[in-house]
Design a protein around this ligand. Structure first.
Ligand code: SF4
Ligand code: SF4
Length: 114
C-alpha cells in the first residue's frame, strides 16, 4: 500500500498494488460536522477538509476511495456508509471465497480417500 500511495504522490499512473473492495464511501452531508476524523484515518487520502466561502466542507475523492470502510466506524456522527459501486469492480466477498475454499478442500479429501 505504501508503494501505491507513493506512486500516487509522484503522479505515476497505472501502478495498482491494491484492489478496490467493490464499494465506495458515501457521506451524508446533513450529518457531517466536518470534524476531520475521516480525513486523518483514511489511508488513501480520499477525504479532505477544504474551506469554501469561509465555511469548512468535507471533500471526497471517489477516484481515490478504495472502499476499505475504515472511515465508517471512525465517524462520530454516523455520517459515512459504504455503497456498492460498479466502477470499483467485483465485490470482495470473503464468505464466498471461504466457502469455495472449504468445498475444494472437501473435494480433495474425498479424492484422497477413494
Ligand atoms: S468523520 Fe464524519 S463527521 Fe467527521 S468529517 Fe468525516 S464524515 Fe464528517
Ligand atoms: S472507505 Fe477507505 S478509502 Fe474510502 S474514504 Fe473511507 S477510509 Fe478512505
Amino acid at each position: 500500500m505504501e508503494v501505491e500511495l507513493l506512486s500516487r504522490r509522484k503522479g505515476i499512473k497505472g501502478l495498482k498494488l491494491t484492489a478496490p473492495s467493490g464499494y465506495s464511501a458515501v457521506v451524508d452531508s446533513a450529518k457531517c460536522t466536518r470534524c476531520g476524523k475521516c480525513v486523518q484515518i483514511c489511508p488513501y487520502k480520499a477525504m479532505q477538509i477544504i474551506e469554501r466561502d469561509g465555511e469548512k466542507q468535507l471533500e471526497q475523492s471517489i477516484d481515490l476511495c478504495m472502499g476499505c470502510g475504515v472511515c465508517v466506524d471512525c465517524c462520530p456522527s454516523g455520517a459515512i456508509s459504504l455503497k456498492v459501486d460498479p466502477d470499483k469492480g467485483e465485490i470482495f466477498d470473503v464468505d464466498a471465497i471461504l466457502q469455495l475454499s472449504r468445498m475444494q478442500a472437501a473435494a480433495t479429501s474425498r479424492r484422497a480417500s477413494q
